[in-house]
Ligand binder design. Structure first.
Ligand code: UT7
Length: 331
């Protein structure tokens, strides 16, 4: 990694739809119940985008807040990265649509697909660009409307997901501050465990495909659960080792908000107390690439993240992918 200057988050924001879908609402749609969902996942409710809205709407809302909190204007942004698996359209990229909404004139923009690890992947891209001096201010957005690709007849998945967006501006920070290390990985042998089977080049949409809900999320829940439990703890240990830290140095972990039992497994493995992990999944469910920046923003607004704190972010998801990062909070 280049060592020209340090890069860190200098502004963060998030946006979620107003509409709330509770577990009681889900009981009216599929054969489920509030107790099962809360016991098995920790989720009580999630947010749903309204008809006519799209991922770029929430991405841009979150971005505006992050840019303002960084004390910047859209013209100051040098690069836009949107981590998403539910872009507005297969192409153009959602990042280009966000660029136009924000009025970031001529700013380069691209989407990044790494499932629920996407925002941390994008954060590592931003780190490399800012550290090396190529760009000064990179907008890193995680945004997904999973409600659009949820199979509302499948009770094992439809209770898990929600909609939202989170965004951060990454810029130059003082020495020893900001983003310190990343641990990224993938294992494509697990690609089938979590996927949308149709709608891409392999299986274009046909009436039969739509009837079989193959344009919606398919998940081997148990397989993904086992993978998540193993990889989450391992990724945290590896990323801490990269910057000579131990679990004792952690101020707060912002884990991907998929399932409270997966988070509890990391608490146990790392020998930390639960209050070292920020949790908001009861309110939003799994919002994919939005999950970590949305939680980080809430933690920040709640006063749980302060200057010089050591913050660990960790995600896992479709790919299969995983990503962890360590930062010294810079403001
Ligand atoms: O971002 C990464 C994305 N994904 C994840 O992190 C998810 C990882 N996986 C999980 O969180 C868990 O696998 C789930 C919470 C999705 C499911 O938990 P599980 O312990 O793997 O349960 P299961 O799918 O094996 O189902 C156990 C039982 C089954 O009934 P039988 O066959 O034992 O009679 C299911 O039919 O629970 C039943 N079930 C439900 N019951 C009520 C499954 N979904 C529901 C439901 N309500 N919504």
């Amino acid at each position: 990694m280049c060592n020209h200057r340090n890069a860190g988050i200098i502004g963060i924001g998030s946006a979620v739809p107003d509409k709330v879908l509770t577990n009681a609402d889900l009981e009216k749609i599929v054969d489920t119940n509030d107790e099962w969902i809360r016991n098995m996942t920790g989720i009580s409710e999630r947010r749903m985008a309204a008809e006519g809205e799209s991922t770029s709407d929430y991405a841009a809302k979150a971005a505006r807040v992050a840019i303002e909190r960084a004390g910047l204007e859209p013209k100051d942004i040098d690069l836009i990265i949107v981590a998403t698996v539910t872009g507005d359209m297969p192409f153009p990229s959602t990042a280009c649509i966000v660029q136009n909404i924000l009025g970031c004139k001529d700013t380069p923009a691209y989407d990044l697909s790494a499932g629920c690890s996407g925002w941390v992947y994008a954060l590592s891209n931003a780190n490399a660009f800012v550290r090396s001096g190529i760009y000064n201010h990179v907008l890193v957005i995680g945004a997904d409307l999973l409600s659009r690709v949820t199979n509302w007849t499948d009770r094992s998945t439809c209770c898990l997901f929600g909609d939202g967006a989170g965004a951060a501006v990454v810029g130059p920070v003082d020495e020893e501050q900001g983003l310190l290390a990343f641990e990224l990985g993938s294992d494509g042998a697990g690609a089938n465990a979590l996927r949308i089977p149709a709608g891409g080049s392999r299986k274009p949409c046909t009436p039969e495909v739509l009837l079989a809900h193959e344009d919606k999320i398919f998940m081997e829940g148990r397989e993904v659960f086992k993978f998540a439990v193993k990889i989450q703890g391992m990724a945290i240990e590896k990323v801490l080792a990269k910057c000579g830290m131990t679990t004792g140095d952690i101020s707060l972990v912002i884990p991907h908000q998929a399932n409270i039992r997966i988070i509890e497994s990391a608490v146990q493995r790392l020998g930390l107390s639960m209050d070292k992990f920020f949790v908001n999944l009861h309110k939003y469910g799994n919002t994919s690439a939005a999950s970590i920046p949305l939680a980080l923003d809430e933690a920040m607004q709640a006063g749980r993240v302060k200057k010089d704190d050591t913050i660990v972010v960790v995600g896992f998801g479709a790919g299969l992918t995983w990503a962890a990062g360590v930062m010294k909070w810079a403001y």
